[in-house]
Design a protein around this ligand. Sequence first.
Ligand code: 5RP
Length: 225
Amino acid sequence: MISEKQRSAEAACEYVKDGMIVGLGTGSTAEFAVKKLGERVREGLSIRGVPTSDSTRELAESEGIPLIDFSETMYIDLTIDGADEIDAELNMIKGGGAALLREKIVASASREEIIIVSGAKLVAQLGAFPLPVEVIPFGWQIVFNQLESMQGNPELRLKQGQPQLTDQGNFIIDCHFRKIENAEQLEINLNMLPGVVESGLFIKLCTRMILADGEQIIIKNRPSS
Ligand code: 5RP
């Protein structure tokens, strides 16, 4: 039996058509999509991928998916990525896998951003999952203090006892807000702190959610604004 993650990923891959430039997400759910696209490329599908992390780049290369970067395109037709939490408005927390910065750049350049999730990721309110904030290493302690005064209950993300480095060589501070009342305003406030590169709040970027709940696939489109 295939998992919910695989089911949602494979449903999303059906939107990928010949000739498209495809954003390739990061994480265990997005991995299923990259593998499926690899399979289709080997069967003759012609696409070019833009990976959202070094690990996705490696996987896509091993799958034989031709890759490009933003020196070759200013837009992406469709991106398939996962999320840590998604709400009914299709706003999200992302960055559990530390790839939020490239993921957000790719999402912002995408005509369509398909988010693939299992049922457990859908929440009534964002914030139970720790919100990642990517900061430059210089002066990270200052940002940490500011996040503390914003009731973010910050925690520097560590890997083997050392600050975990993102693909850009930055640090991640995970914020335990628990309940985020106004995600749009919080994103603005976080991005105004000097030293913050990006937050894991993805507001109005998802255009379509594909959620797998058991055997069922639920598709929700963001109403055009
Ligand atoms: C990586 C991400 C991932 O999409 C998110 O963490 C979900 O991962 P998974 O599919 O493994 O649950 O944002 O930065």
